[in-house]
Structure formats: structure tokens, C-alpha cells
Design a binder for this molecule. Structure first.
Ligand code: NAG
Ligand code: NAG
Ligand code: NAG
Ligand code: NAG
Length: 289
């Protein structure tokens, strides 16, 4: 008799513990990346070690070269996977998304009736990319300046993820006409879905934007915090961007709610964001609750 009461009490405590448990964390890798390379020895281990019992769910889709498929193609497939995962975790989930993965996650947040509480965007070019990594080519300026001619065409938009968020500050009308992903997502071009995008995006409670000046891949690095070049290549910060001022997709509303947290770390190259323990402890872990 007494023993069964103790057992009942024990289960009661257990159920409280499981109700107050940490929300599951969905991990999305970057371009050319894979879950095992990017998160296997870091977030997949670090998160449960610090927040015991956290379910960590890496998305093993579009790894390596497949990460170059168009953004919406990837998003539609990933949505099916996260949709069934969310259904099993009705208390909500978090997104922790790295590099290009952060744009995939944003596309999901805007186009899905989701239950994401916190979205950590880890060095993702949220305002677009205008730069070519030095390791890829010596003829950088020539490539950068001319890329729009190829990338702002229908075939390339249907073929290559990077074309979807290439944002050439000197060819904005072409960007608005051709970009099939970032420009409509920002509401920079006419987007029939924009009010739906905004409603979905604003289900988010918290957005954590992490980036830094020594990234070397994300160009300008401020894009990781929604800053971008104007047509003279001066940086315009997030709060002065048109999409912020017009609140086209909900960023300003989220900001006014106190839901946007921005972190800048110096001395971190692009390939180090997900392995740096300081970044994890200061800017990621405290939000995964
Ligand atoms: C936008 O809306 C159209 C028409 O309602 C729909 O077919 C399309 O799938 C939507 N796109 C996204 C990304 O939600
Ligand atoms: C979104 O999902 C919630 C919870 O499942 C549901 O109550 C709501 O009606 C859905 N909204 C839309 C627009 O489908
Ligand atoms: C963009 O599209 C509009 C409408 O189709 C067209 O009038 C305009 O010339 C286009 N601009 C560029 C730079 O292609
Ligand atoms: C991690 O980031 C911190 C903060 O920017 C930096 O001081 C430190 O050197 C980095 N650690 C490694 C191992 O790169």
C-alpha cells in the first residue's frame, strides 16, 4: 500500500519533469555541409549534455552537393519532415540553423503553420549574399560583378540555391524580377503570399541572429544580422532596411516585441561557428529553453 503510494508520487514527479522538459531542437546544416560533419561532434552532443533530455533532431536531407538545389525545392521537402516531427512534439520546437540552412529555416517559418518557438540563425546570409569566397577563385571581382548576368535568369533560379539569394546591390530591379526566393520572402518584389508569410513568421517567439566581422564567407557579414549593402556598397543596418521599415514579413513586429537578439563575435571564421564553445554557451544554449 505504502509502496504503491510512493510509486504514484514518483510517477507524478516524473510527469512534471517531462512536462517542463526542454523543447526539441531541429538542426539544419549549411551549403556543401552534412549533419555528421557539422553537428555530429558539437550540437548533437553539447545540447543534451547541458540540457538533459533534450531531443535533438538533425535534418539529414540535401547534404553535400544536393545542398545546391533550389531553395523552395529543399524547403518543401524539409517541411514534410519537420511537419511530422512537430506533430509529435505539440509543445513546440526550436530551430538551430547554420549558414544557408538559416535561409531554409526562414523559408519554412514564413511558409508553414509551424510551432517553432526560437529560431537561432547561425551566420546565415539573411539579407542575401554579394561576394565569392576567396578560396574559390582568384578572379573574385570579375566573377562577383558579372554573376548577376547568369544568376538572374530563369534557368539558374531553377537550378542553384545560391542564385536564389544572390543579392547584387547594383542590379536591384533584376534581383526583384528574377530572385525566386529571397526577394519574395523579403517582400521586396510583389509577393501574393506575403501576408501569409508574415502571419506564419510571427508565430515565432524569438529570433537569435549570430554573426561576426571575420566570417569571410558571408558577404557582407552584416547580412547575418539583416544588414546589407546599398548601391554604393555602404552597409545599411537592419533597422534601416526597407523590409524592416515596412514590416513586410514581420521582422519589425518581432523586434518591437523584444523578440530579436543579435550577437556579434570577432575572430570567428565561417567554418568555426558551429564548433566554437563560447558562441554556443553565450548565444545559443541560453535560448534553447
Ligand atoms: C503561394 O501561394 C500560391 C497560391 O496560393 C501557392 O500555390 C504557393 O504554394 C504558395 N507558395 C508558398 C511558398 O507558400
Ligand atoms: C495552425 O495550426 C494551429 C494548431 O494546429 C491551428 O489551430 C490553426 O488553425 C492553424 N492555422 C491555420 C491558418 O491553418
Ligand atoms: C522587371 O519586370 C518588369 C515587369 O515585367 C519590366 O517592366 C522591367 O523592365 C523589368 N526590369 C528588369 C531590369 O528586367
Ligand atoms: C571562440 O570565439 C571566441 C569569441 O569570439 C574567441 O575569443 C575564441 O578565440 C574562439 N575560440 C576558438 C577555439 O576559435
Amino acid at each position: 500500500m505504502r509502496q504503491s503510494r510512493i510509486m504514484t508520487f514518483f510517477f507524478f514527479i516524473l510527469s512534471i519533469v517531462s512536462v517542463s522538459a526542454y523543447k526539441p531542437v531541429i538542426l539544419v546544416h549549411g551549403a556543401f555541409g552534412s549533419v555528421d560533419n557539422e553537428f555530429g561532434n558539437t550540437f548533437e552532443k553539447w545540447i543534451p549534455a547541458e540540457h538533459a533530455g533534450t531531443v535533438v533532431r538533425p535534418i539529414r536531407l540535401f547534404e553535400k552537393a544536393c545542398s545546391l538545389l533550389p531553395m523552395w525545392v529543399q524547403i518543401e521537402r524539409i517541411k514534410r519532415e519537420v511537419g511530422s516531427f512537430m506533430a509529435k512534439h505539440p509543445a513546440g520546437v526550436h530551430f538551430l540553423c547554420y549558414s544557408q540552412g538559416g535561409l531554409l529555416c526562414r523559408g519554412i517559418l514564413s511558409s508553414m503553420n509551424h510551432t517553432v518557438h526560437t529560431f537561432v540563425s547561425l551566420s546565415s546570409p539573411q539579407a542575401g549574399q554579394y561576394g565569392i569566397p576567396t578560396s574559390w577563385s582568384k578572379n573574385l571581382d570579375f566573377l562577383k560583378v558579372n554573376a548577376y548576368k547568369v544568376l538572374y535568369t530563369k534557368p539558374l533560379q531553377k537550378m542553384l540555391s545560391i542564385a536564389n539569394y544572390w543579392n547584387d546591390p547594383h542590379h536591384q530591379p533584376l534581383y526583384q524580377n528574377f530572385s525566386e526566393f529571397l526577394s519574395p520572402l523579403d517582400g521586396s518584389s510583389k509577393t501574393p503570399n506575403i501576408s501569409e508569410f508574415k502571419e506564419n513568421f510571427l508565430k515565432l517567439k524569438r529570433l537569435v541572429l549570430i554573426g561576426g566581422p571575420d566570417d569571410e564567407i558571408i558577404t557582407p557579414w552584416q547580412s547575418s544580422q539583416f544588414g546589407f549593402y546599398d548601391n554604393k556598397e555602404n552597409i545599411v543596418e537592419m533597422k534601416k532596411q526597407k523590409f524592416f521599415l515596412e514590416d513586410s514579413f514581420g521582422l519589425r513586429t518581432l523586434y518591437k516585441r523584444g523578440g530579436v537578439h543579435t550577437f556579434t563575435f570577432p575572430g570567428i571564421q565561417h567554418q568555426q561557428w558551429h564548433i566554437n564553445r563560447t558562441v554556443f554557451e553565450r548565444a545559443i544554449l541560453p535560448f534553447l529553453i
